[in-house]
Design a protein around this ligand. Structure first.
Ligand SMILES: *Cc1c(COP(=O)(O)O)cnc(C)c1O
Length: 342
């Protein structure tokens, strides 16, 4: 928790480790070491998930990006803005159709996907996209916020960059905003660090401390939240007031097989379509008492919201509710959902 450091004696004539926190801070470095080990790459911490995404575009300066049409709306807006520049092209495609993604990727520098995706829970075939991207000379970025490295390691599947909103499952307690990138190539990680230093997109040491503490329980939190989500998905799927459940752990989900191939489990995020329309879905959000009606995800408490209430959320059905399942007692959660669906 310091902005500046006395020069440290290292005795070997090399430069001191820490000078001023914008250049480097021991707390983020401890966090980066753990996240890098989990994702099997070099981690670089940022002020937020969005700062991490912006650093990718500023560092790579891609002329052409092919992006999934179902990604976090902030990243979509960032990419749309890039696409407005006269020298850039950004194409949005269905990430589950590998041929369509690669067909659009001729001349692209970067492919950007999220899997499972926000909020439609689409599953992209990461290994196939990575090898196709490399044949075309492009890099593949995977936003791994929903899966976390406990369930999916995109670099091991061939991706080049992993993006995290550390604000979500990684920190896990809905008490901070922070982001991270993990690169396979150490020289790309160094360039991302340089971008962070020059733009000042650094996390605070307190946030990094809390995120590191959160990482200690990531595996058990994910395990419990995923068990809850699997049970709720199964029960919601049979509920008469639910039109459809979007969860890669259900055999009826179109991404079930790909998810089973590349993930250790289907995760703790699910979406469901409430029978009726926007009003019926909104009513569920108003009636829940154990589940919190608020945005964001990945905390120990369950949160629910109707994504289409945001104008920036392109393509989300009016009656879609996104549920981030927490670590509460599953019967408390189910009882709450049942009374809210009445
Ligand atoms: C929240 C989120 C982001 C943005 O991260 P912030 O930390 O809010 O800036 C990016 N991707 C996904 C999938 C997210 O859920």
């Amino acid at each position: 928790m310091s902005s500046t450091f006395r020069p440290q004696e290292r005795g070997d004539g090399t430069a001191p480790d820490y000078i001023y926190t914008r250049h480097g801070n021991p707390v983020w470095e401890a966090f980066e070491e753990v996240l890098g080990a989990l994702e099997k790459g070099r981690a670089v911490a940022f002020a937020s998930g969005m700062a991490a995404g912006a650093a990718v575009l500023a560092t790579l300066r891609p002329h052409k990006v092919v992006a999934s049409n179902d990604i976090y709306y902030g990243n979509r807006a960032l990419l749309e803005r890039l696409g407005e520049a006269p020298e850039s092209e950004v194409v949005f495609v269905d990430p589950t159709d590998t041929d369509a993604v690669l067909g659009a990727a001729e001349g692209a520098d970067l492919l950007w996907v999220e899997s499972p995706s926000n909020p439609s829970m689409l599953v992209a075939d990461i290994a196939a996209l990575a090898s196709g991207a490399h044949d075309l000379g492009a890099l593949l970025l995977v936003d791994n916020t929903f899966a976390t490295p406990i369930l999916q390691q995109p670099l091991e599947l061939g991706a080049d960059l992993v993006l995290h909103s550390v604000s979500k499952f990684i920190s896990g307690h809905t008490d901070l905003v922070m982001g991270a990138l993990v690169a396979r190539d150490p020289s790309l990680a160094s360039r991302l660090k340089e971008e962070r230093e020059l733009t000042g997109a650094i996390p605070g040491p307190l946030e990094a401390f809390l995120a590191l503490r959160g990482l200690r329980t990531l595996a058990v939190r994910v395990e419990r939240a995923q068990a809850n989500a699997s049970e709720l998905a199964r029960r919601l799927n049979e509920h008469p007031k639910v039109e459809r459940v979007l969860y890669p752990g259900l055999e009826s989900h179109p991404g079930y097989e790909t998810a089973a191939k590349q993930m250790k489990g289907p995760g703790a995020m699910l979406s469901f379509l409430v029978a009726g329309g926007a009003d019926e879905a909104e009513a569920v959000c108003e009636k829940v008492q154990v589940i919190q009606h608020m945005t964001s995800l990945g905390g120990v408490e369950s949160t629910i919201e109707r994504r289409a209430r945001y104008s920036g959320e392109v393509g989300a059905p009016e009656n879609l509710l996104r549920l981030s399942v927490g670590i509460e007692n599953v019967e408390d959660l189910w009882g709450d959902i049942q009374q809210a669906l009445c």
